[in-house]
Design a protein around this ligand. Structure first.
Ligand code: C5P
Length: 218
């Protein structure tokens, strides 16, 4: 039997990160947060003051990303960047460089390497369409833009960051347009993907649905 893979793709703030992580914990599987690789590349570019127009230089940074994942901590060279990669600026830069084909290609090998026994849950935009098209279970996890803005708003306010619904709705719409509209690896459901709309669901209900789909085919 090949090593099982569950892919969970979806838009920003859909809750797919939380769901994917909990599914991985429940099954004792490895976890790939592929967005973190684009964020690491972005952070590396910001640190090296690489021009966001220099596709070649960015691809080189992505190809040789000196990153390490230890539990839920992320390292770039000798620096723990677990919180640094979550900054808004880094996320925005990540979504800009993610449109570059050479950068995407440079990150393929690293992503495939996460597939290891007893299994992998991979979270991102193109896990089911491009990176693991033969996955055991593919999920497209989404929620209305209003539900996503509301969740992000609550998260930010709980952490003590200022945020308005109006700004968040605008940001999410812009990022959706960029992720869905790009020519290479656009955000869309993979062939054979289950669509899970979590607008009116808790994270745990979404986790249980994914586990049921997996139990049905494994
Ligand atoms: O999911 P996260 O917000 O951490 O991802 C940061 C950015 O990386 C996204 O806005 C998206 O443009 C890009 N990304 C991607 N393909 C993936 C994962 C993330 O293009 N598989």
């Amino acid at each position: 039997h090949p090593i099982p893979v569950i892919t969970i793709d979806g838009p920003t703030a859909s809750g797919k990160g939380t769901v994917a992580h909990r599914v991985a914990l429940q099954l004792g599987f490895h976890f790939l947060d592929s967005g973190s690789l684009y964020r690491l590349t972005a952070l590396s570019a910001l640190r090296h003051q690489a021009s966001l127009n220099d596709e070649h230089a960015l691809a080189k940074l992505a190809e040789k990303l000196p990153c390490k994942f230890v539990g839920d901590q992320v390292w770039l060279a000798n620096e723990n960047v677990t919180s640094a990669i979550r900054a808004e600026e880094v996320g925005n830069t990540a979504s800009k460089i993610a449109v570059l084909p050479t950068v995407r290609r440079a990150l393929v090998g690293l992503q495939l390497g996460f597939r290891a026994a007893p299994g992998l849950v991979a979270d991102g935009r193109d896990m089911g369409t491009v990176i693991f098209p033969q996955a055991t279970v593919k999920v497209f996890l989404t929620a209305s833009v209003e539900a996503r803005a509301y969740r992000r708003h609550k998260q930010l306010i709980d952490k003590g960051f200022p945020a308005t619904m109006e700004d968040l709705l605008k940001d999410l719409r812009e990022r959706d347009a960029r992720d869905s509209g790009r020519a290479i690896a656009p955000l869309k459901p993979a062939d054979g993907a289950y669509i899970l709309d979590t607008s009116d669901m808790t994270a745990d209900q979404a986790v249980e649905q994914v586990l049921r789909w997996y139990a049905a085919v494994k």
